[in-house]
Every structure is written in C-alpha cells, then in structure tokens.
Design a protein around this ligand. Structure first.
Ligand code: AHR
Length: 667
C-alpha cells in the first residue's frame, strides 16, 4: 500500500470532499483513567423484572401468601387454605381432600406469570413441601395446555408419593415435549388420602450457571453480555415503597426462600392497562442472589438502601410519611448490617448468614447508595447520620447520595450542594429526557432548546463528589419507545460521559427489564415474553460502550476544535480511549445528522498501516425498533477498514451513514 504523509493525506481528503471532518486522536498521551465501573446496569423489580422475569420461578403465588390466597391458582374439588404451615413468615398452604363423589378429583392449577413458558426438551424441577395425615398419599403433577381444549390437556405428567405427617420437601423433574408460552401447572390428588401442599415451585433446571433458585438463563446471559461494571439493586422507587410498610427491607430477602415474607410491589397500582394487578415481591431474588449474580456477571454490587423515607413522589412534601429523625437508628443499622452481610467474617452475625447461604467468602462490596432519587432538606437531614455511622465503622465503603429526579435546575443544584457538604463519594443523577435534551447536553453549544445545558460534564467541579449517572434514557417525543433514533442520541450523549471519565465514574441506563404483558414503564433495555426476549437498540449502544470502554481517555478534537456536535461539525460526536490491557486505540464516532458524513481519523503518534476492526449500529428507519418477532432488525455489525500510514501517524478515511454509530478498534 502506498504510504502517504499526514500532510498529503489531509490535503487529499480535504480536496476530495470539502466536508471531510478530521478527527485528531492523540494516541501518545493518556488522559484520565476510566473506572471499571463506568458502564453498569440498574435492576429494579418494575415491569415484572424479578418474579415473572429474571428470577427463574415459574409459579405465581407459590406460598399462597398473596392477599387473595388463591390468586394465580384455580382450585377444584375439596380444598382448604390453612395458615399453620411450617414457615413462620409464610404460614399459608393448601390442603386437598377426597371429594367423595365418584370420579371427581381435587386439585389446583397455577397460571404462572402470564402463563408458564416452557421450552421443548428442557427439564423443569418441580418441588413442594408436603405432608399427609395418612401413611402416604399421591399427587399427579402435570403440564397442561388449556388453550388446545383437548380432552386430555396434559402433555407431561409425573406422580409423586408423599409420606407421613412431617413437612418434607419433595422434588421431581419433568421434561417438556414442546415449547409453549402459556402452559399451566396442574396438581391433583391421586387416590383418597389427604395431602397438604406448601411452597409449590417450578424452575427450569437450566438456569443461569445452573443454580437452584437461579435466574432465567437467556435474560441473565444478556446481562453478562453487556460486560457491566456494576449492578445497582434493588431500585428505584421500590427501595422506598409507596409507604414505609412496603419499603424494600433487605433482611426479609435472605435465608430460606420458603420463609421470605411477601411484599406488595411498589408498582402494583401503576399499570396503565391492567385493572386487576397482581404484582407482589416473593423476594426469591433477594440480596444474596443479587450479590451472587453480580459476581457471576463480573459486576461490582451496588446496593441502595432506604434512608428512612417513603416514596417522595407519592408523599409529596409530607414530612409525616417519613421516619422521624430520632427514630432512624434501625434504618442506619440495616446499612451497617448489610455491609457485614456482604463483607463480614463468617463468625460475625451477618457474615455467618451469608456463609450459611453458601458463600463463606466475602462479596467484597465497595459501594452503598443511601436513598433513591431523594431531594430537599427532608433527605439531606436524614442522610447525615447514615453518613456518619457508615464512615465511622466502614471508612472504605464509598457512599452514594442522590440529586433527586431533576437533571438540572434549583432542586438539582441544591442536591449537589448538600452532597458536597456531606462529602458523599458519588452523586446519583437521574435523567429521563427527550431527544433535544440528549443532543443538547452532549453538544458544544446549547442549540437544541432552552433546557439543554450543553457539554454537561465538562463544566463539573473536579474536586467534588464523582458522578453516578444512575438512571437515564432518551424518552422520545410523540410516544416513541425504544426506537432507533433515541439510541443514536444516547450514543452521542455518551461521548460526554466518556470524555469526562475523570468525574463520571459510573453510569446505568434505566429501567433494565420489561415483560411485554406486564410493563408500566418504557423504554426499557431488554424485553421478553415467557419464552423469548429481545435486546433494544439502546441495549446495543450500551454494549458497544461497555465492551469498548478502554482504560484511559485520549484527547480527541475535530477540525482542531473540541468535538461535540458543535456548529460546523455536522452533528458529529466522537470520543476515544486507549485500552492498556489489549493495546487498542478505540474511537467512537456518532453521526447524529441526517446526511452521510466523511471523516478522517488521524491517529497521531501511531505509525504504519493498520487494519481497524469496526462495530457499527446503523439503520434507516428512525422509528423502528427491535421486537419479539424481529429481534435482530437492528443489531451492530462488525467489519474492517484499512488505515494508511503517514510519517508519524495513521489515517483512517470513512463515510458514516446518517444517524449511525461506529466504533473503530486499532491495535
Ligand atoms: O426507573 C424507573 C423509576 O424512575 C425508578 O424507580 C425511579 O428511581 C425513577 O423515578
């Protein structure tokens, strides 16, 4: 290949296409280190993200603890719900008795969460706690398909013998001969002897990492594939609850699953289209599972605990809805105990509980969020004693405060000021905003509306707390959800996060999950029904950043100016990093204009010819989105581009299609 000098190459590209934008990347001088936590995940049990989603349990109301004890079940024959079961905090169970009428049977069937999803050839582990007042009794366990209206609806079946009057757990494995979205689990009495059934559970055997009480494999794998730097849990407003009684209490979520008390989900009453909500938290996916999942997917665990406040939105300015200042101690103790649960030695009170659950090694938790999306003095004064107590006992734990729900403005500033005063290590910012906001906040000039600051993080105080952009997503105007355009604007905005890695330490798109039949908030990163899932375009944008995050920022300019979609830059955004571990220079360029743009990447300090690997997200239909039926309509594509050698540089010429995002990787 012909070798060109920098000057002649630039001259060629500038004459060939007047609008070629030259992006200079200084590959010799490493800028700020990029935190390994930079691109993370935010998990909240909203949109049926836990029960009915990531958590592998397929039976709804498995312990008969929903306020309507048989919600999710249909019972027939002679039965009774009783409340003196073996699990103190989940005392209900069902008794099936002989109906004494010829051929009639007694039994129950469970509808799952919008049906029970099964895959052909997969094994499912059925388990139940049971006893019988007689010597023994038998039950029949079936998968059924009521939709077929066949005489025999069962398509898999097994028998189980229950022995004796002591509660014991029984297990069997059923293979599904078909893939089905909406199966049911039916259990009926086989014979005349009475049986008591409690905590009736059905899991795929093939959960993520094959764990019992594990996660739905495809969904957990999608999390792992993001290579997330952190996992924030359990929310979101769910941390607060609509009132203090329904707040998330982590201590209720550990220990044997059979004895974790049910909680009403904070999002129970917020479905725009479901008038008979049935949204409760079994806590099967509790704090132990959260720490374990974080470990499994290589993410730093970032728990967020209640600061003594019920949901501020729900209880606007109502001081009486929150815990009085002199009664905060149990809440503070919850934080201290959680740190001990995660990190404490096995002979400490809470470390012992972790060890008993199967993880004697510490989880090595480093961060704690105190309060979710809180604001104003009500929050600031409650936070203070938490900070003091955590600092005194665990000085190495990083504390994350919040700046509330606003992305800018008086309340936001007040939040930041308070966090600076209290010396929070990080501040959790939330911004669900429209297209203009996203462009305007990344761009060099505020030309996208009054509310758009421009170069958001360039202007941040470098000495104060660091930023955790803990919940954000571009919410399209005109009822557009997860559409392609939004994801490209998010990609453009994210150059500002990356460029400012010295102050932005963590980020997470939100929310993470949504069941297509049970959502209340959109857009979301990953959607699913009972057997299928798809990743949104925003998922791919997050993944393109997270899997190419590098270790150090590289100074990048365009046409000798700061590069951030400024006037004259034709809607182009760019940022670059170096990855010390792989020796790669990684440049991200986003074309947010409606025209193809020519760019010349000028890699200053890199010599010789190279082949750049590329990853491109590019699509023509701005309102298009991936769907369950067309999950791969918009996915990143890999390619290569030859880079030419200059004297002291390497040049890569490229054409970037309108509204597209390309990552270039050069060794
Ligand atoms: O992500 C959905 C909700 O948005 C979260 O629960 C809350 O923190 C924010 O208001």
């Amino acid at each position: 290949m012909r070798k060109l000098t920098t000057i002649s190459l630039l001259a060629i590209s500038l004459t060939a296409a007047a609008q070629t934008h030259v992006i200079d990347v200084n590959t010799k001088k490493l800028g700020a280190p990029i935190q390994p936590t930079m691109y993370g995940l935010f998990f909240e049990d909203i949109n049926y993200a836990a029960d009915g989603g990531l958590y592998g349990e397929l039976v709804k109301n498995r312990s008969f603890e929903f306020p309507d004890r048989l919600m999710g079940w249909e019972a027939f024959g002679t039965f009774e719900v009783k409340d003196d079961g073996p699990f103190e905090r989940c005392p209900h169970y069902i008794e099936l008795r002989d109906p004494r009428h010829g051929d009639r049977r007694s039994g129950i069937s469970n509808n799952g969460f919008f049906g029970i999803g099964l895959h052909e050839g997969e094994d499912y582990r059925f388990s139940v706690w049971a006893k019988t007042p007689q010597d023994s009794a038998r039950i029949i366990v079936q998968f059924i398909d009521r939709a077929t209206m066949e005489e025999h609806q069962e398509f898999a079946e097994a028998r189980l013998t229950i022995k004796g009057n002591e509660w014991k757990q029984y297990e069997l494995v059923l293979k599904s001969p078909r893939t089905i979205q909406k199966a049911q689990l039916r259990i009926f009495l086989d014979g005349k002897n009475t049986v008591d059934l409690e905590h009736i559970s059905l899991f795929p055997v093939n959960t993520f990492k094959n764990r019992k009480n594990g996660m739905r494999r495809d969904l957990a794998q999608a999390l792992a594939d993001e290579k997330p730097g952190l996992l924030r849990f359990p929310g979101g407003c769910i941390v607060e609850g609509v009132d203090l009684a329904t707040r998330y209490q982590w201590k209720n979520t550990i220990g044997p699953v059979e004895n974790r008390p049910l909680n009403e989900n904070r999002w129970e009453y917020s479905f725009p289209y479901r008038f008979f909500p049935d949204y409760f938290q079994s806590y099967g996916l509790g704090f132990f599972e959260f720490f374990q999942l974080s470990e499994d997917i290589g993410a730093e665990p970032l728990p967020v605990l209640n600061v003594g406040m019920a949901c501020q939105f729900q209880n606007w300015n109502d001081e009486s809805a929150h815990v009085p200042l002199d009664q905060l101690q149990p809440y503070i103790q919850d934080c201290l105990d959680l740190i001990e649960f995660a990190n404490g030695p096995v002979d400490s009170e809470w470390g012992k509980k972790r060890a008993e659950m199967g993880h004697p090694e510490p989880f090595n938790m480093k961060y704690i969020g105190v309060g979710n999306e809180q604001w104003d003095d009500m929050y600031f004064k409650r936070l203070e004693p938490f900070v003091a107590a955590i600092r005194a006992k665990y000085p190495h734990i990083k504390i994350i405060g919040t700046s509330g729900p606003d992305s800018e403005g008086k309340m936001f500033e007040k939040g930041w000021e308070a966090m600076r005063k209290q010396k929070a290590d990080l501040v959790d910012e939330h911004f669900y905003r429209n297209e203009d906001w996203f462009l305007g906040n990344a761009a060099g000039k505020a030309r996208y509306g009054d509310n758009c600051g421009g170069l958001r993080y360039e202007n941040y105080d470098r000495k104060g707390p660091k930023v955790f952009a803990g919940e954000y997503a571009c919410h399209g105007k005109g009822k557009k959800w997860n559409h392609y355009e939004a994801s490209i604007l998010e990609a453009g905005f994210m150059t500002d996060l990356e460029r400012n890695a010295d102050v932005v330490y963590m980020t997470a798109y939100a929310p993470l999950f949504a069941h297509v039949e049970g959502w209340q908030w959109r857009p979301d990163l990953i959607w699913y029904d009972n057997t299928r899932m798809f990743k949104s375009c925003s998922y791919y944008v997050q993944q393109m950043y997270a899997t190419n995050k590098g270790t150090h920022v590289l100074t990048t300019t365009m046409d000798k100016q700061f590069v951030a979609g400024q006037e004259g830059q034709d809607g182009l955004f760019a940022s670059s990093v170096f990855d010390k571990n792989t020796g790669e220079i990684i440049v991200k360029v986003i074309n947010t204009s409606k025209q193809t743009q020519s760019v010349a990447l000028n890699l200053l300090g890199l010599k010789g010819e190279h082949t750049a690997r590329t990853i491109t997200l590019c699509h023509d239909g701005m309102d298009d989105e991936n769907t369950l039926d067309n999950p791969e309509l918009i996915t990143p594509q890999e390619g290569t581009i030859l880079c030419e050698a200059g004297k002291k540089n390497t040049i890569l010429n490229d054409q970037l299609q309108q509204m597209s995002f390309r990552v270039y990787k050069i060794k």
